[in-house]
Design a protein around this ligand. Structure first.
Ligand code: ATP
Ligand code: MG
Length: 217
């Protein structure tokens, strides 16, 4: 064996040792993590419905909430949707879920749209939609509630966020509620069980791609 071969072999051996050492370290780290997760799973014993808020300026709030509703419906859970902002066109979610036998689907009748603004009509429409929302939030047969774009009603001062927080607190214990909107009032942020903020890292629209059916509505 030449000196060079011997050197190579010993450096190869060293690197194998290092890899084995790293693998052991990784395994120990994973086991430690697993123990922590197991501990948390064991500690999470409370069985009740949750309130989930999705905010932020990125795409994916309403679609995530409707995706969760599909999950609930897959398990046969009766659901209700109240959309606080009406688009120009009928949305795919309304066309799809609106005819589902387990879904009670409401779109705010008139007033607030993305395109027109009429504060008086908007307030009246918001109050009507809130009356419906209050009804489903007190109905124990409704397992999943989606209040889509509700946070705008507080931003514009059409509804009082304290009423929402009170209705959420008084709802049936097993009921799950999801709410969406770009920003939310402090009292709501402080009282929901789960809050995710979807950040806009990039959106096709900014590069001139036209809004399209099946993706935007
Ligand atoms: P989606 O319904 O697709 O999940 P969203 O609920 O997160 O979107 P909204 O703030 O309700 O978003 O906006 C509704 C519309 O605006 C959707 O058509 C969506 O594609 C579009 N949109 C969302 N985020 C952005 C963005 N950062 N830039 C441009 N358009 C956006
Ligand atoms: Mg939305």
């Amino acid at each position: 064996m030449t000196d060079t071969t011997r050197d190579k072999t010993s450096s190869e051996l060293k690197s194998t040792e290092k890899t084995a050492e790293q693998a052991d370290k990784n395994e120990a780290r994973l086991l430690k993590k697993k123990a922590i997760v197991d501990e948390r799973i064991a500690a999470a014993t409370e069985e009740r419905g949750v309130t989930i808020l999705l905010t932020g300026n990125g795409k994916g709030k309403s679609s995530s909430a409707f995706g969760t509703m599909a999950r609930a419906l897959g398990h046969g859970q009766k659901s209700a949707v109240i959309q606080f902002i009406k688009g120009r066109k009928a949305t795919g979610e309304q066309l799809f879920f609106g005819s589902h036998p387990l879904v009670d689907f409401h779109v705010m009748g008139h007033g607030f749209t993305w395109e027109t603004r009429n504060p008086e009509l908007e307030k009246e429409a918001a109050e009507q939609a809130w009356a419906l929302a209050k009804k489903v939030l007190s109905d124990p047969s409704v397992h999943f509630v989606l209040l889509d774009e509700i946070t705008y009603m507080y931003k514009y001062g059409y509804l009082n966020e304290v009423d929402l927080v009170a209705a959420l607190a008084a709802r049936p214990a097993h009921q799950n509620v999801m709410m969406t909107g770009r920003t939310a009032p402090r009292v709501l942020l402080d009282n929901v069980d789960t809050h995710s903020k979807i950040a806009n890292e990039r959106h096709a629209f900014a590069n001139g791609v036209k809004a399209q059916i099946g993706i935007e509505w």
